[in-house]
Write a protein that binds this ligand. Structure first.
Ligand code: ADP
Length: 884
């Protein structure tokens, strides 16, 4: 344990110095956090906590000695704390920051300290600790009573409530559903921290994917207490009881982390939402489509590809749109309308985007303002943004399609004027030291400042006046912080000093004096300065309070600015990457010249492909490894997601349905499934899909059933296709290595075949990356071997073996005369057992050819990457060539 009070100090508790005793008390109180204890210019940690802080932050430890013993200590410099706090948060520590809550200069003895803020990975509000373009959420899961469960879900998991909040922006929402719903929703929210109620087992229930889990005071999860808490923010009646519990408990936690000052001022709204009202993407789909994270070596995500936003507000909005594409056709089309208008109006778009470049992060600013943490510079930044708003409105004025957008931008002129009248243009960061408020803003302040100014003028004139009066021509008037104003006379001139001079300080070559009038003026100036500083601070906090009172309007503006930025970004991406506006229609997925938005950017010769999938069609996609199957299938899914998010799509033209869910299972063989066999995971994912897909879903499945024996795998794949087609009626793309599945196209009305082929040019195999109707050649594995230049006898022999095996497979199943002897692939040659039963055949083989065949037999195709396959083929070919 590195959190809590150090054992060594607890042992000597009664002997500790008062300061260390204070440390131990606070460390005990915040025993699940690393206590950072303000001493002078450092946040200190002691004993084992110091060891850990020093390790994580790469700081030096020191030994601190007092009468009670020696303690290891380590300190984080307060002025430069952010980067160290960031490291501790990365290492998943909660941090309790204990500040001095009394002015040390006004206290005799020990300064009182208290924990002013608890920082956890999910409740960070400090700009320096937050990523700008994304949200940092803390989520909370609460479990309903069995009564709720029976009423709502009739489901044995019971009902769960889920709430999330971004404490930096005040965005807060809650929902409720089954365990599976909550898991899916959590994958979308991707919180940095997950708070769990009693009875919720984050690990066992697969809830906290990469989030740190926090168990907090169970009493805040008591339904009545939680509802009570929520009441300060929203009407609990609008929520399912479990959602109200989750939201109330979450807000209790967020308040506590912010120092427990009562309700969070910038959380103006807790939204109730139903995840089913947006296009659902579960964790597997988010991962497989690489929306926000790459895996398996990809270098860009869909988000990166589209992100042409200019400000943090827009960046977070675009992320949210991709995370929750719409289901409502009208809303989708209204986004498309706006994107189209921006795409067509290049000048307007560029002007607006330039202006957006100046937009300050209004959402986080509201957070700081309401917490009383915003400084004068923040207010000036708000002012600068408010100044840009009328210009943005002007730029939008000429485009009728953007009129609604323009109207949503409230320029908050009253607030802008107030800030401008109050705060100087380039204020200092420190708001307690004056220089913040403009002259003319407040009569009292002007008067006090006038007094100080007059006094200073009098002092400024004093030097010449006194030189004249005393005849001391090198007499100086000066000021220092310790002694105040003085008149300095060198030792040689001391006899000329008049009687009204009182000695203040003796230096080596001179003496310093003051006069009663100078003293009086000094008191007046310093008093006025101090009063002015105090007054300025008061005036500043008053103006900040005025801004805080407009939190909702600023949030409304932030929302509108975010929309404008996200739409202009989508238009920019559409123009620069040559996307087309999709037409929406329920008939199916029809794309001309579709491209994969991410792959096309790194693949210089990307081959566009068409898609023709009437609603309810299952397309079986065949072709060798590396021929482009999975890229194609993902591009279709991405087109649908993009369209519903409001974006144009990478295609020449597209007519797309509004789907309820996109299911994907692609590239799972590249996944390192934590602890679970790949096959088990694959089957779980398949279960989810077959359970939940509807006739309005788009299903993209890559190589189902590869992780098990061929016979089983083939059977599972076939049954899945049949189920998709016969029972679910989903529109689907289904890539398979099991070639005999392609027969289904003859048997089922809406099953089609699509294939990707390869050719040989010179000595090289070339993948055309072109989707063509029909199934791939039956034994394309052997064909690829031929294309790669494996000598004829081997290819022929391989073909014969394929045929022979197909026959052998067919024999015991006499009832199945339809089985096509040519439908075997190199996959099947991998079966070592079958290999042993084969005869030598009728072709005369050289040793090298025999070895090649043996090597081919040993290949476990299911466990071979495309690269390994190519290398192996290359090796075999070499071996054969050497033999000639
Ligand atoms: P498969 O799923 O058939 O094994 P992939 O879809 O993974 O094949 O594609 C293999 C590689 O081929 C990709 O990494 C990509 O670089 C390239 N590729 C795929 N589709 C295309 C295309 N339409 N045009 C150009 N290159 C492509």
């Amino acid at each position: 344990m590195v959190t809590g009070a150090p054992a060594k100090m607890l042992d000597r508790r009664d002997e500790l110095t008062p300061m260390l005793a204070q440390y131990v008390d606070l460390a005990e109180e915040y025993d699940d956090a690393v206590l950072l204890f303000r001493v002078g210019d450092f946040y200190k940690a002691f004993c084992e906590t110091a060891d850990e802080v020093a390790r994580v932050c790469e700081l030096t430890r020191i030994e601190r000695e007092d009468s009670t013993g020696t303690y290891t200590a380590c300190g984080i410099p307060v002025d430069n704390a952010a980067k160290y706090l960031d490291r501790l948060l990365d290492a998943e520590y909660r941090l309790a920051v204990a500040d001095q809550v009394e002015d040390p200069e006004e206290t005799n003895g020990l300064v009182d300290r208290a924990v002013t803020q608890v920082i956890t990975p999910g409740t960070v509000v400090d700009d320096e600790l937050l990523a700008t373009g994304s949200n940092t959420y803390v989520a909370c899961v609460a479990r309903g009573s069995t009564g709720d469960a029976a009423e709502v879900c009739g489901d044995s998991d019971g009902e769960y409530g889920l709430a999330h909040v971004d404490v930096s922006t005040g965005e807060c929402a809650a929902t409720a559903g089954s365990l599976a719903d909550v898991q899916e929703e959590l994958a979308r929210i991707a919180p940095a921290e997950l708070l769990t109620g009693p009875d919720v087992d984050a690990g066992g229930d697969d809830l906290a994917d990469s989030a740190m889990t926090t168990e907090y005071d169970p009493t805040v999860f008591e339904p009545d207490a939680a509802r009570e808490r929520l009441t300060a923010y929203a009407d609990p009646e609008r929520f399912r009881p479990t959602a109200a519990t989750a939201a109330g408990a979450l807000l209790a936690y967020a308040e506590w982390a912010q120092g427990d000052d009562g309700p969070l001022g910038h959380v103006n709204r807790v939204r109730w939402y139903d995840p089913r009202r947006s296009l659902r993407l579960d964790a597997t789909a988010l991962r497989g489509l690489e929306l926000f994270e790459t895996h398996a070596g990809g270098d860009a995500t869909l988000f990166d590809t589209l992100d042409e936003t200019r400000c943090a507000l827009g960046r977070r909005r675009l992320r949210a749109w991709l995370r929750r594409p719409l289901l409502d056709r009208e809303r989708v089309e209204s986004r498309h309308d706006a994107v189209e208008a921006f795409a067509e109006q290049t000048l307007v778009r560029e002007e607006v985007r330039d202006l957006l470049g100046e937009a300050y992060d209004l959402e986080r600013l509201v957070g700081r303002v309401t917490r009383g943490r915003a400084d004068a510079r923040d207010l000036r930044s708000l002012h600068a943004t408010l100044e840009a708003v009328p210009e943005i409105r002007d730029a939008l004025a000429d485009v009728p399609e953007l009129a609604d957008l323009r109207d949503s931008l409230d320029a908050l002129a009253d607030l802008r004027e107030r800030i401008d009248a109050a705060i100087v243009e380039d204020p200092p960061t420190d708001i307690t030291d004056g220089g913040v408020v403009r002259d003319g803003f407040d009569a009292d302040l002007d008067e006090v400042r006038g007094t100080a100014r007059e006094g200073r003028e009098w002092v400024a004139n004093l030097e010449s006046a006194e030189r004249e009066r005393t005849g001391i021509d090198n007499l100086d008037v000066g000021y220092n912080r310790v002694h105040g104003y003085y008149i300095e006379v060198t030792n040689g001139q001391l006899e000329k000093v008049p009687d009204d001079y009182t000695r203040r300080q003796t230096l080596k070559n001179s003496e310093r004096f003051y006069t009663p009038e100078l003293k009086r003026r000094e008191d007046e100036i310093l008093g006025a300065d101090e009063r002015a500083d105090r007054l300025e601070y008061e005036l500043f906090t008053e103006v900040r309070g005025d801004v805080a009172a407009e939190a909702e309007r600023i949030q409304g503006l932030a929302d509108a600015v975010a929309r404008v930025d996200a739409l202009a970004a989508l238009a920019t991406a559409a123009v620069e990457r040559n996307y087309a506006r999709p037409e929406l229609g329920a008939e199916g997925v029809f794309v001309e010249g579709g491209r994969h938005p991410v792959v096309e950017r790194t693949e210089p010769e990307f081959v566009p492909n068409d898609t023709d999938l009437p609603r309810g069609t299952v397309a079986l996609v065949t072709g060798p490894n590396m021929s482009g199957k999975s890229t194609y299938m993902r591009q279709v899914a991405l087109c649908v997601v993009l369209a519903q998010a409001g974006s144009f799509v990478p295609a020449q033209s597209a007519r797309l349905p509004v789907v309820d869910r996109v299911f994907t299972r692609v590239g799972a063989s590249d996944d390192i499934a934590g602890g679970e066999s790949t096959f088990m995971r694959e089957m779980r994912e398949l279960t989810d899909i077959l359970h939940d897909a509807t006739a309005d879903s788009l299903v993209v499945l890559d190589e189902v059933g590869r992780g098990t024996a061929t016979t089983d795998g083939r059977a599972i794949a076939r049954a899945a296709v049949e189920f998709l087609h016969d029972e679910l009626g989903s529109t689907a793309l289904f890539a398979t290595h099991y070639h005999d599945l392609t027969e289904l196209a003859d048997e089922r009305e809406r099953v089609r075949n699509l294939h990707f082929a390869a050719t040989r040019e010179g000595g090289d195999v070339t993948f055309l990356h072109r989707a063509k109707p029909g199934a791939a050649a039956a034994s394309y594995g052997v064909e690829v071997a031929e294309l790669a230049g494996v000598p004829n006898p081997v290819v022929e022999r391989a073909r014969a073996l394929v045929a022979e095996e197909a026959d052998a497979d067919a024999e015991p199943a006499d009832e199945d005369p339809g089985s096509d002897s040519a439908q075997r692939t190199l996959d099947d040659l991998g079966g070592a057992e079958r290999g042993r039963s084969r005869g030598a055949g009728t072709v005369d083989l050289t040793d090298a050819e025999r070895e090649t065949l043996a090597a081919l037999r040993e290949v476990d195709v299911a466990d071979t990457t495309p690269m390994e396959a190519l290398n192996r083929l290359n090796g075999l070919q070499r071996r054969l060539e050497e033999d000639v």
